[in-house]
Design a protein around this ligand. Sequence first.
Ligand code: FES
Length: 151
Amino acid sequence: MKRREFFNWVGLGLLASSLPVAIAACTSDSSTTASSTDDNTANKPPAKNWQKVGTVVELDKKGQILLEDSPVGAVLVIGTSKAVKDLVAVNPTCTHQGCTVGWKKDQNRFVCPCHDAIFSTDGKVKGGPAQKPLRTYQTKIENGAVFVQPV
Ligand code: FES
């Protein structure tokens, strides 16, 4: 066998033996892509996830929970654990110019301290300069904690 033929056979042998490795590498790329897709899913807004915003003890003590930096956005929960079906949760950021609305229990509505926009418990505009409703959340109580989920 000539030297040139020998190297051709060795080269072919190396190519053949590395083929499974190359296929495995391609398969690994696919799983990396899939995991990358999973990461993209994780980066989606947590809009559909329940978010803990406080405890039942806190809610029952104050009649409300205000959390301005929740991962789902600002949250204001009104009510008590004794009437779970009546819990109300809104994003208290006023849709006019972004002030934080306050809950007026005696008037059963949210009122903005900046320009007096008024919102009902379902977030709809009832008066003032705001044109858009407050965003609302579903609520639930589980294991002593209060959770919200964007509607
Ligand atoms: S910012 Fe709320 S009414 Fe203007």
